[in-house]
Each structure stands twice: as structure tokens, then as C-alpha cells.
Ligand binder design. Structure first.
Ligand code: TXA
Ligand code: MG
Length: 321
């Protein structure tokens, strides 16, 4: 079983594992990441192995600072402006790679672009100490719910990895927002921990949405984040025996008969709901109910990302996420 070490005590052990080409689960402000040295093919391969993830899905490379990012990729002025506004933080930029940047091709699945982000906290410090970027997808088995606590990581991947660094519950609770600058425009590739409107305010223009033709878009595989139970969205009425994922102050009809209940935010705050989403889905999944009914959640702010994750969790299941 993986060892769980508090972030304040884990730095040397994490470094030793990464330097040896092994993987480490680390806290970030969004969700826990399963990190390997992005320049070490063995380390990157172990990420895919531990997650059981198909190899064609490229990973995000995490950097310690802008200088490291600029050695890896070419920044245009708009990308630099977005990095300046949101880094460190839950924004991932897809950028053209620099030749000879040392990134193992398994990280980018052979693409000539790379997804980069600068995380807050333990991860940033770890990357600075290692001196190499870390490839880190969410620390969960392929297609399962992303982990927002060290315990959730250990329960899912504990028999496949050596170390989980415990930084407590992740504050944002959703993966980063992924965007790509295309000329004068910015395309939203995956809604996430920064609301689209915040990015639009900095970019000074509305975001383009949907994948550009021919691009394998991030997290666009329909079934992703799936719990074992079936998911039923926009539920206004609860059937007896269903678990209920609630939102806000008024309950769906029949809620008293729900097998289990979690409220993402009593006050209807989408930020609080985002932080609770994955942990509460897991709680309800563990209740043994065969279906999780989800009350309607507004699309404003982080509500867009919450609804995105919920619709993936509800989609017909595959094993490719
Ligand atoms: O918050 C996060 O972003 C978390 C934490 C651990 O940092 N990481 C995360 O990584 O969610 P992952 O691997 O689960 O999601 C990465 C997404 C994938 O859906 C992938 O398709 C997309 O990023 N991606 C990676 N490189 C890309 C590229 N060059 N072009 C387009 N999409 C890319
Ligand atoms: Mg993931």
C-alpha cells in the first residue's frame, strides 16, 4: 500500500521517487495529481500504467515558474497575458512546443503542442526542487472520479503507487480550465476551476467554444469521471432508493426517500459546490445506491464546469478517459 505523508514531511521522499523514475501522488489547488518527471519516459509510462489510461490522451506538464514554461513552449502575447493573470492557479494553456525542450513525447502523445500549467503549493515547490516539469493527470484510475483528498487517492491507486503526499482537501475541487490561443482568439477546450467569464475579462473578448476541427480535445471523451452508480441529471423528483446529490436550499420532490443525500452547497454557491463535487459523488457511490439523482445546477461561473463533469459522469460508459 502507498505511504501517506503530510506535505510538510514529504518533500525529500517525493524527490527521491521522482528522481528514480517513479510516480508520486501530489496535492494541487484543483485535484490531486499523479506526477512523474515529464522528461523521463519511464516515469511518464508509469503514470499511464498506474491509471490504466490509454496512451493517446496527452498529459498536462506542470511548471514551477514562467521561465521554465518559456523553455518548454512558445508564448504569444495573449498567452503570456493569461499566464500573468492566472498563474499560479487553475488555468492550463495549450502552446506550441519548443524544439529540444526535453519533454518526453509520451507526455504530449506526439503532438507539437503542449498543455502547461503552474500549480500552487506543494507541487510548485516540488517542481522547483526537481528542476524538471512534472507530467500530472488527475490521480484516479482511468474513467473514475478525480480525487480531492489523499484518502481518495489511496483508496483508488494505493496498491499501484508508493507515495501519496497529503495536503488536505483540494480547495478548488475541479480540474483546471484549459484554453488555447488561436491567433487573436482564445478557445475554451475544457471548462474548469477558473470560470470562463474571468478569462474573458482578461482576454477582453468572448471565448470560442468546442473543439477546433480535427483536434482531440481535452477530457472530451464522453464518459469520464464516472462513479459505479448510474447518474440521472436535472432530477426534480427522486425515486425511492436513489441517492440524491442536492444543490441549494430547496429539495427535489421525494427527497425524504433518498437512500443517501449530500448537498453540494446549501446556500447555492457554485464555488463551494465545485469543491465538494467529486468527494460527494464518491460518498453517494459508496452508499450502494444504483442511481445517483442530481438536482439542477446553474451554469453560471464554475457551474459550467460542474455541469460538464456531471454530464460526462452520466454518459454511456467507456474505458478511455
Ligand atoms: O487541474 C488539472 O488540470 C489536473 C491537476 C492534476 O493539475 N490535471 C488534469 O490532467 O486534469 P489530465 O491529464 O487529467 O487532463 C489533461 C487534459 C486531457 O484531457 C488532455 O486531452 C488535455 O489536457 N491535453 C493535454 N495536452 C493537450 C494538447 N497538447 N492539446 C489539447 N489538449 C491537451
Ligand atoms: Mg482526469
Amino acid at each position: 500500500m502507498a505511504e501517506i505523508l503530510a506535505a510538510g514531511k514529504a518533500m525529500e521522499r517525493a524527490l527521491a521517487l521522482l528522481e528514480g523514475g517513479d510516480v508520486v501522488a501530489i496535492p494541487t489547488e484543483t485535484v490531486y495529481g499523479l506526477a512523474g518527471d515529464a522528461t523521463n519516459g519511464i516515469g511518464v509510462a508509469r503514470i499511464f500504467e498506474a491509471k490504466g489510461r490509454p496512451r493517446f490522451n496527452p498529459l498536462i506538464a506542470h511548471v514551477a515558474d514562467l521561465a521554465m514554461a518559456e523553455r518548454i513552449a512558445h508564448f504569444d502575447p495573449l498567452s503570456r497575458k493569461l499566464a500573468g493573470a492566472f498563474w499560479p492557479g487553475p488555468l492550463t494553456l495549450v502552446l506550441p512546443q519548443r524544439a529540444g525542450n526535453g519533454i518526453h513525447p509520451l507526455v504530449t502523445a506526439g503532438l507539437d503542442t503542449i498543455a502547461l500549467r503552474m500549480p500552487k503549493g506543494f507541487g510548485g515547490e516540488l517542481i522547483a526542487r526537481l528542476g524538471h516539469p512534472l507530467a500530472a493527470p488527475s490521480a484516479n484510475s482511468s474513467g473514475r472520479i478525480s480525487a480531492t483528498t489523499a484518502e481518495a487517492v489511496a483508496a483508488d491507486l494505493g496498491d499501484r503507487i508508493r507515495l501519496v503526499v497529503d495536503g488536505g482537501a483540494t480547495p478548488v475541487g475541479l480540474e483546471s480550465t484549459i484554453v488555447k490561443v488561436e491567433g487573436e482568439s482564445v478557445r475554451l477546450l475544457r471548462p474548469g476551476g477558473i470560470a470562463a467569464a474571468e478569462i474573458e475579462a482578461v482576454a477582453g473578448k468572448p471565448l470560442l467554444r468546442g473543439a477546433a476541427a480535427g483536434i482531440e480535445a481535452p477530457g472530451m471523451l464522453a464518459s469520464h469521471y464516472a462513479p459505479g452508480a448510474a447518474m440521472r441529471l436535472n432530477a426534480r423528483q427522486i425515486a425511492s432508493g436513489e441517492a440524491l446529490l442536492a444543490f441549494g436550499g430547496s429539495r427535489a420532490e421525494g427527497w425524504q426517500d433518498a437512500a443517501a443525500l449530500r448537498n453540494l452547497s446549501e446556500t447555492g454557491d457554485v464555488r463551494e459546490a465545485a469543491a465538494n463535487l467529486f468527494a460527494y459523488m464518491q460518498d453517494l457511490d459508496r452508499s450502494g445506491a444504483t442511481t445517483i439523482a442530481v438536482e439542477p445546477i446553474p451554469f453560471d461561473g464554475l457551474g459550467e464546469a460542474i455541469n460538464d463533469r456531471l454530464s460526462r459522469a452520466a454518459a454511456p460508459r467507456d474505458k478511455t478517459g
